[in-house]
Design a protein around this ligand. Structure first.
Ligand code: CTP
Length: 402
């Protein structure tokens, strides 16, 4: 059955991220009913939220048409989960004290569903003892919290206060909706606590000149999902990503790189780690030198590209002095998938290799059928959504360390 969240968008600069959240949730098959607070509507419009959710956006308790269509009590019960993002200091203070003086707070006090708060505010406001007391009260009452993240804020200050990224919020929502969460929900079992994991993802770009490059169709989806799944199990994850169109997932550290050589350098900097998962589709070759000016047509005919081999990141880290304890490679193949994968496992000295048939819609698509080749044999996963395949691989990694 389609899941639905009731998304309350509070008044904060991070409200724009909640619009992305509606899209991310829709991509994952989760519908959103949106309540926009008066403060929220100073930052985003009901028109954009409604355009993205494809539904009416509710804006005020005294909206008589809304009351006729769906009363606020019904609205508060209409979803599987209530999500407050951005959760402002004001909204949390009211909710913690049972104040119900507009549609959002009335809905929060009338709901019989779980609530996830995703705070976003200035670092001083977040650290304010009153805010912290309200967070404790709401948590004690059974609410979930995600973030805030640390980083630079719109106000120019640095610290804890940034709203979590849409992909991370969607991960948290899915975790809660999976229904196996207790009141501690997001805390969940953390079998990989204390383990450092390094994940590479996406394609690399190899410059020909300042405007042209060689690359491939990798979207980064599988690597990002693996970084998120390992994080959920408690690992301290560094995700090193080539250029992708994705938001960074919830993980300890995110490093964006361009070329294979940049990716190798970032990996070496991130060592030591116990786990290395090489998901990136690293370009095997790069042009022998990058022209420092755009190559113009017709000056000396059609240019011939001379290629040189890129370093093999997986093989390099497998042979490193500080080799991670568990090294997992991916083998993108279009034929004789398992045979080639086995040969790659030996050649690159990795512990496991995940064989991937990329002749279909795997590259850039949302699904994957993995075969994990280990020293003990082959573990065949069915065709799964990339997030589910990632979860299964992360669980296998946790079992390995158990
Ligand atoms: N890999 C890497 N550095 C490279 C090339 C590949 O770290 N320069 C890693 C990939 O991240 C993946 C594994 O090696 O985990 C296998 O990648 P794949 O492209 O399937 O194999 P290649 O070594 O490139 O061999 P071929 O393209 O000939 O199949």
């Amino acid at each position: 059955m389609t899941k639905r969240v009731l998304l309350i968008i509070g008044g904060g600069i991070a409200a724009y991220k909640s619009l992305f959240l509606i899209r991310v949730l829709a991509r994952r098959g989760i519908k959103s009913t949106v309540i926009l607070t008066n403060g929220g509507s100073e930052f985003v419009t009901a028109l954009s939220a409604g355009g993205l959710s494809g539904e009416k956006v509710y804006t005020d308790l005294f909206d008589l048409t809304a009351e006729a269509e769906m009363g606020h009590i019904e609205l508060s019960r209409s979803a599987d989960l209530v999500v407050v993002a951005p959760a402002t200091a004001d909204l949390m203070a009211k909710a913690a004290h049972g104040i119900a003086n507009d549609l959002a707070t009335t809905t929060l006090s009338a709901t019989d569903k779980r609530t996830l708060y995703v705070p976003a505010m200035n670092v001083r406001m977040w650290e304010n003892p009153a805010t912290q007391r309200n967070v404790t009260t709401l948590s004690d009452d059974g609410a979930f919290f995600l973030g805030p993240d640390e980083g630079e804020m719109a106000c120019g200050e640095f610290g804890e206060g940034r709203m979590a990224e849409p992909e991370a919020i969607a991960d948290a929502i899915e975790t809660i909706l999976e229904g196996d969460t207790t009141l501690d929900g997001l805390k969940g079992p953390k079998p990989l606590l204390g383990k450092k994991a390094l994940v590479t993802a996406g394609p690399t770009r190899e410059a020909i000149d300042p405007v042209r490059y060689l690359s491939n169709h990798s979207s980064g989806k599988q690597g990002y999902a693996i970084a998120a799944a390992l994080t959920r199990l408690g690992a301290d994850v560094t995700l090193i990503s080539g250029p992708t169109a994705l938001d960074p997932p919830a993980c300890a550290k995110f490093v964006r790189v361009e070329s294979a050589r940049d990716m190798l350098a970032a990996c070496e900097t991130a060592l030591p780690a116990e786990i290395f998962v090489a998901v990136a589709a690293v370009a095997d070759w790069r042009p022998d030198g990058c022209a420092n000016k755009k190559i113009k047509k017709g000056t000396s005919g059609i240019p011939a590209l001379k290629l040189v081999e890129n370093p093999d990141i997986l093989a390099t880290l497998s042979a490193a002095k500080s080799r991670p304890e568990l090294v997992i490679g991916f083998a993108a193949e279009t034929h004789d998938v398992v045979e080639f994968a086995k040969a790659k496992r030996d050649k690159k000295n990795c512990d496991w290799i995940v064989a991937n048939d990329v002749s279909g819609d795997v590259m850039g698509g949302d699904h994957n059928a993995m075969i994990v080749v280990t020293a003990d044999g082959e573990d065949i996963f069915p065709r799964l959504k990339k997030e589910d395949a990632a979860r299964r691989l992360a669980e296998k990694i946790a079992t390995h360390f158990a």
